[in-house]
Ligand binder design. Structure first.
Ligand code: SAH
Ligand code: SF4
Ligand code: F3S
Length: 454
């Protein structure tokens, strides 16, 4: 059809899962002959890959959409798509709210973008939000980075945390097979990628839905087994994984991380609250004592491991004393990094309709107090790097200082040092750390790899 648009733009909101989905959808569009346009106003097809984890994430989408819907009045050939978690949550209602939309597609449909677009180009307004079995994707994703890559290992989430929208927008857990994951990693290794982050909303659940048990009755496919299975993929030098759930975290996993040299010494294990009553109301399935035991166990095997987490303040009914238990946990564990958020009621979740909601003032006051402590603790944790030699995988130029490059330590600290990005991109460099800040480090390269022979 002559009206098939040729330039596409994607804006992505939300978590790593959404970013990975966007990269696969961009791959599909490029395979169909579309070219990327940085500027949405130059594009003939615009896709917003949306997030509904909190109210503000959702609102952002509506303001972006409003602008493009107006543009569509002058440019009827513009194709407007809303994908991701808001699309799944709102479905048809989104079409009623923004009739200019051509398509609303949930996250489980990302790999079907080409088929769905054909229906749009045939003149249909499409809503794709029914639960589906997620197909293996054979299109090459268009990845943001040439050094680090995300690889989905499990989609969806079977937990029922009372504040969380994810299970209703991402559907039930669906694990990819170890073979499919390894094949994708081998391809990444051949393309020159050095680091892979294995992704799942609750990555410890990996394999629960796959068939097969060991003679002792243990599930054959766990995250630990997967790490052993993919560990020797040629070219991949570092492996990370996220997000871990305290309920399912195992000692076996820690031992695998300690034993396997490519697996980085970094754990991301959200605790959400330091108070047992609040944890119970959240239906998280663990106590703060259990959480502390996990951290102790990690530090027993790997004393220097980085530990990061997520926490929510102002959950319905949270008292000042209960909030202080969250501060106490942060104080005592000393996280390298903590993502914090004020509780936001989400449609259809149990906690949203409870009567004991807190005021915005209380929530934002607690958030500020927590964030203040987060920076203090992160700065303390950063200091331990001073004077050390750390392995940094170089990703990019420092956007603020082109004489410097930027990369990450194995513990996931951003690190800057003087160097030429053309020579260093994708290299593992030994860097002596000379300066530390709360969330980043600076240093000097002590071993600059030789330029590749051509
Ligand atoms: N699967 C992961 C994280 C999922 S969402 C886990 O179980 O921890 C990422 C983070 O968003 C959560 O860890 C939580 O801290 C935050 N979050 C989720 N729902 C929220 C809500 N309704 N209000 C505020 N923060 C929320
Ligand atoms: Fe949401 Fe809980 Fe699932 Fe994490 S584990 S995605 S917080 S329901
Ligand atoms: Fe947001 Fe969906 Fe991720 S709600 S955080 S994009 S799973």
């Amino acid at each position: 059809m002559s009206s098939i648009p040729r330039r596409y733009h994607i804006t992505t909101f939300g978590c790593q899962m959404n970013k990975a989905d966007s990269e696969r959808m961009a791959g599909i569009l490029e395979n169909m002959g579309f070219q990327f346009s940085e500027d949405p106003n130059q594009a003939d097809l615009i896709l917003y890959n949306t997030c509904s984890i909190r109210d503000n994430a959702e609102h952002k989408v509506y303001s972006y959409l409003g602008r493009q819907a107006k543009r569509k009045l002058q440019q009827p050939n513009l194709t407007l798509i809303v994908a991701g978690c808001v699309a799944q949550q709102e479905g048809e209602a989104l079409l009623r709210r923004v009739p200019e939309l051509d398509m609303v597609m949930g996250p489980q449909h990302a790999n079907r973008l080409e088929d769905l677009l054909e229906q749009v180009f045939a003149g249909n307004q499409v809503v794709a939000t029914e639960a589906v079995h997620i197909m293996e994707d054979i299109t090459k994703p268009r990845r943001e980075s040439q050094v680090t890559a995300w690889v989905n290992v499990i989609y969806g989430c079977n937990e029922r945390c009372t504040y969380c929208i994810v299970p209703s927008v991402r559907g039930i857990e669906q694990s990819r097979t170890p073979e499919a994951i390894r094949t994708e990693m081998e391809e990444l290794g051949r393309q020159g990628y050095k680091e892979v982050t294995l992704l799942g909303q609750n990555i410890d659940a990996y394999g629960r839905d796959l068939p097969g048990t060991t003679p002792e009755g243990r599930n054959l496919h766990t995250l630990t087994d997967l790490l052993y299975f993919v560990h020797d993929v040629p070219g991949i030098e570092r492996i990370r994984f996220a997000t871990s759930h305290p309920r399912y975290f195992t000692e076996r996993l820690i031992r695998a991380c300690q034993e396997l040299p490519k697996v980085c010494e970094h754990f991301h294990i959200p605790f959400q609250s330091g108070d047992n009553e609040v944890l119970k109301a959240m239906a998280r399935g663990y106590t703060h004592e259990k959480y502390r035991r996990i951290i102790d166990m990690i530090r027993h095997y790997m004393p220097d491991a980085s530990i990061s987490a997520d926490a929510i303040v102002g959950f319905p009914g949270e008292t000042e004393a209960q909030f202080e238990n969250t501060l106490k946990l942060l104080e005592e564990i000393s996280f390298d990094m903590l993502n914090t958020a004020a509780y936001s009621p989400r449609p259809g979740t149990p906690a949203a309709v409870w009567e004991n909601q807190l005021s915005e003032e209380v929530k934002s006051d607690r958030l500020q107090r927590l964030n203040h402590l987060v920076s203090i603790k992160a700065a303390e944790r950063s200091e331990r790097y001073l004077g050390r030699i750390e392995e940094v995988l170089v990703e990019e130029q420092n956007a603020k200082d082109p004489t410097q490059v930027m990369g990450r330590t194995r513990g996931n600290r951003l690190t800057f040092f003087t160097g030429d990005i053309n020579q260093l991109k994708g290299q593992l460099v030994q860097v002596k750390i000379t300066e530390s800040r709360a969330f980043s480090l600076s240093g000097e390269a002590i071993s600059v790899p030789q330029p590749a022979l051509v």
